[in-house]
Design a protein around this ligand. Structure first.
Ligand code: ZN
Length: 126
């Protein structure tokens, strides 16, 4: 098996790197300092993360989608089982936190990785 050199990562590899919240160039440094706070640059290779446009678009999208899913699930449960109110609260409040906060970091990492991928493909970083 021959390993060929790849000057620019494949898109699928960039996506995986982003989802794991790693530096899009070296894949060793971490992207985040806090829960959603970006480090100024990569601690491993020194890549400046300033190129990343860290808007809240993905967050709004995730919350809208998650809210839709949870409300839909709550309605279905209500129609099928008519549980007491505390069952709804015990089920859906933790679920809302999980489905909204859970994907935020990988989604933000993914967005940054895609921006890096796009710019690297244009030759601005290499
Ligand atoms: Zn790096």
């Amino acid at each position: 098996m021959v390993m060929s050199a790849q000057p620019i990562d494949t898109l699928s590899r960039s996506i995986l790197t982003g989802l794991s919240c790693r530096c899009p160039r070296c894949r060793r440094g971490k992207l985040f300092r806090g829960f959603l706070t970006l480090r100024p640059r990569c601690e491993a290779c020194g890549l400046d993360y300033g190129f990343a446009d860290s808007g809240d678009g993905p967050a709004v999208f995730i919350m809208f989608l998650a809210g839709f899913i949870v409300v839909g699930a709550a309605l279905i449960t209500e129609v099928l089982y008519q549980p007491p109110f505390w069952v709804h609260a015990a089920l859906w409040l933790p679920l809302i936190l999980i489905v909204t906060l859970g994907p935020l970091r990988p989604m933000k990492g993914l967005m940054i990785a895609l921006q890096y991928h796009h710019k690297a493909a244009e030759g601005r970083f290499r």
